[in-house]
Write a new protein. Structure first.
Length: 597
């Protein structure tokens, strides 16, 4: 593990220095950001560092480094691996205490002291309490709170191990009051002795830990198979004997508030649980199959910070154009793409960007996946005839500035959305088409008059999600000329370093032109990929595009006109991400094969 000699010591200061001054002088923060945060602090109160984080003007590593400078403590960016932290230190520190106080022992130094990571260096009481609990002298170092929480989760889950079904376990009573109460109990802290309960808890916790978006529980002929969808790809995670099938399904249904006696009809429910300190919502869908009930669970991490526009993979030129669109007083921005391409995340990022006390933002969604602070969100309900169209129509009587419609599915919804945009409202929505130009022809196909489409639309954004290479194992390679041509890149220009690329937040340190090949390692589950980023095609509705829309031109003609006006296609943006080392050629060609590139 890392020793204190590997930590960065900021050094002593000549006198007390304010956190804002340190951030500007030593951490690369611009003075305008500090001034903006100070103004917000005067309005709402709170610590300056917290205000800067909330406004996303700094990241947690910058704040931790600044605090280390301010309190003259060592700063550590990379914590040791969970398996390198001595188990006897973790055993002495309760997980609730560690998580609430953001403190974690890392190991012993050469002087016999225990190095502990803290997020708040002025919390002397916490440091003293850890020394008492460990019964050893301690030496604090400063680390970011996110990294400390992440390491607490990894370390304690490693020591406690995964709960597995016991072959001779009896079928337990699932009506346990602990999970029916309003107070959320962390699954890591749960002490249920029933094997089925422990197994299902372990299943959900591991899925959240692995970053899975879905859990699939499928009954087989001889056993029950559990698969996780991670980064858009399904992989098998667990199996259980067939005899436990009814108990496992019943356990999940009780957690979701479903009728365990009804096995012939599909059911929908919701689970809210705390997992490793994070609130996680789970949407549960059951369906009858030949082998028994099948269950799909969608995981929605309530505790995760919603990504901003700058964090989801936009290049600098696209980001400027999107920001210009979402600051307009009226018009429609359509996000297009297949299911699972990140459309809702992009719309939430747009709303978060413009969300302010002086703007009234209303949304109608199916379903409401994340609660956004300061925004009125409505979920459609077909049982009471609350549809996208009816909800949108009622919103127009509530003095909105911005309206988000989860999806334009029919003519009625499209007509109300266009009416809203023409009467001075900014409307965000989605539509299922393969590319941006297809969004225009889809509205016309729904029966909307071309002149209404041309006058209301201001932009269409097509997108896909592509997997990032795992940088622990990815191998730099020399791409073949054939692959470069598939990506519409000139091999001679590529090898001469002639491609100048716009900045993208999250770009890898390797030089531009580093192309990676996935390999596979334990860190990525031998997949060769870890995490995803977006590739985008932004079509601005300018005069040539508007004229073609009025003429009911086909999507190909509209697309060609947009390209002539400077639009970067999905594959073109994917090629830029390949050159930046953010994805691989195979991923881009796979995800853009049907888009016409």
């Amino acid at each position: 593990m890392a020793t204190p000699s590997s930590y960065a010591f900021p050094g002593t200061q000549a006198g007390p220095e304010r956190i804002g001054e340190i951030l500007v002088r030593r951490c690369g923060v611009v003075p305008d950001s500090i001034e903006r945060a100070l103004g917000k602090q005067r309005e709402e109160g709170g610590l300056l560092g917290e205000v800067l984080l909330r406004l996303r003007l700094i990241d947690e590593d910058q704040l931790a480094l600044a605090l280390a400078f301010q309190f003259d403590m060592p700063y550590v960016r990379d914590l040791p691996r969970a398996e390198d932290i001595p188990a006897e230190l973790i055993d002495k520190l309760p997980i609730n205490f560690a998580r609430q106080r953001l403190v974690l022992p890392l190991g012993r130094d050469g002087a016999g002291r225990v190095t502990i990571a803290v997020a708040d260096p002025c919390a002397v009481d916490v440091i003293d309490a850890v020394a008492v609990l460990l019964a050893e002298p301690v030496e604090p170092v400063v680390a970011s709170s996110t990294k400390i929480v992440d390491h607490i989760n990894k370390t304690y889950s490693r020591l406690r191990g995964g709960a597995e079904l016991e072959e001779g376990a009896k079928k337990e009573d699932d009506e346990d009051s602990e999970y029916q109460s309003e107070e959320l109990v962390d699954m890591l802290d749960a002490s249920d002795e029933a094997p089925i309960i422990r197994w299902v808890n372990s299943l959900m916790f591991q899925a959240a830990k692995d970053g899975a978006s879905d859990i699939h529980i499928r009954p087989g002929e001889k056993d029950i198979v559990v698969r996780y969808r991670v980064d858009g790809v399904l992989r098998e995670a667990k199996r259980a004997p067939k005899k436990f099938q009814q108990s496992i399904i019943a356990r999940v249904k009780i957690m979701a508030g479903l009728n365990i006696a009804e096995k012939r009809l599909p059911q929908s429910g919701r689970i809210r649980r705390k997992m490793a300190g994070r609130d996680v919502d789970m949407r549960v869908e059951t369906a009858p199959t030949a082998g028994g009930e099948s269950v799909t669970i969608r995981l929605l991490d309530r505790g995760s910070v919603l990504l901003g526009l700058a964090d989801i993979g936009f290049a600098a030129d696209q980001l400027d154009s999107i920001r210009n669109i979402i600051k307009r007083p009226h018009g429609i921005l359509l996000v297009t793409g297949p299911t699972g391409s990140g459309k809702t995340t992009t719309l939430y990022a747009c709303i978060s960007e413009i969300n302010a006390p002086d703007i009234n933002i209303l949304t109608v969604e199916d379903p409401v996946e994340y609660q956004l602070e300061g925004i009125s969100q409505t979920q459609v309900n077909s049982k009471i005839d609350l549809t996208f169209a009816s909800g949108l129509r009622s919103f127009l009587r509530q003095d909105p500035d911005v309206i988000m419609v989860g999806e334009i599915r029919d003519r009625e919804t499209a007509e109300v959305a266009i009416t809203a945009s023409l009467t001075g409202h900014l409307v965000f929505s989605t539509v299922h088409t393969n590319d941006a130009a297809g969004g225009i022809t889809r509205l016309v196909d729904m029966g909307i008059e071309p002149f209404l489409v041309a006058s209301s639309l201001v932009g269409l954004l097509a997108q896909r999600l592509v997997r990032r290479p795992c940088y622990e194992c990815a191998r730099p390679v020399r791409p073949s000329d054939e692959i470069l041509r598939e990506l519409a890149l000139d091999p001679q220009k590529f090898y001469a370093g002639g491609y100048k690329l716009p900045a993208v937040k999250g770009q890898r340190p390797p030089p531009v032109g580093t192309v990676f090949e996935p390999v596979g390692c334990p860190a990525c589950g031998q997949l060769g990929y870890r995490g995803r980023t977006g590739i985008y095609e932004l079509l601005l509705v300018n005069e040539p595009v508007r004229r073609l829309a009025l003429e009911k031109a086909d999507a190909g003609s509209i697309r060609n006109a947009a390209i002539e006006s400077g639009m970067v296609t999905l594959r073109g943006d994917g090629a830029r991400k390949v050159l930046l080392g953010m994805t691989t050629p195979e991923e881009v060609m796979l995800m853009t094969a049907e888009s016409g590139d």
